[in-house]
Design a protein around this ligand. Sequence first.
Ligand SMILES: CC(C)(COP(=O)(O)OP(=O)(O)OC[C@H]1O[C@@H](n2cnc3c(N)ncnc32)[C@H](O)[C@@H]1OP(=O)(O)O)[C@@H](O)C(=O)NCCC(=O)NCCS
Length: 144
Amino acid sequence: MNGRSWTVGDLDQIAAIEKECFSDPWTRRMLAESFLSERFYTTLLEESGTVVGYGGMDITLDEAEIELIAVSEMYRRCGRGGMILSDLIGMAKAHGVKKIYLEVRVSNAPAQLLYLKNGFTGLYCRSRYYPDGEDAVVMVKVLS
Ligand SMILES: CC(C)(COP(=O)(O)OP(=O)(O)OC[C@H]1O[C@@H](n2cnc3c(N)ncnc32)[C@H](O)[C@@H]1OP(=O)(O)O)[C@@H](O)C(=O)NCCC(=O)NCCS
């Protein structure tokens, strides 16, 4: 298992996991456009040449926003999500970020528990944030 940044060659596999995980997935085109932003930082776990999980984060000045984090279903509950999140937090720290934000569906208990375990706290709810009308919980981690 190794963590590294995304390359163009990873995009089909990342897009496939996005489709598997989310009702409003990032498309291959959206993923490809992230390469155009110098503020978008990525990490990815692969095993035997297969992408099993990934994360993506926007850093603007001293604030970061985690935009993507997912682990392919059959690889979950073995610490990979925690590794991806730690990688993103490490990158944020290295760039002098003071606060990391993210949004998560109110129904997404596994992800909320992952974030709570890694020092995020709930800030407030964004009503009807998602295209299907579900609310989001905004969470933050303050870096020292
Ligand atoms: C959220 C997600 C990335 C977690 O990945 P993972 O590899 O299973 O996570 P880990 O094995 O590192 O779990 C770390 C902690 O998260 C919590 N957690 C993760 N999945 C959980 C579940 N199904 N039920 C309860 N807690 C869970 C636990 O606290 C766990 O620690 P523990 O194993 O010591 O109990 C994964 O479930 C996923 O890809 N979900 C679909 C995509 C998604 O919802 N992304 C988040 C969008 S905001």
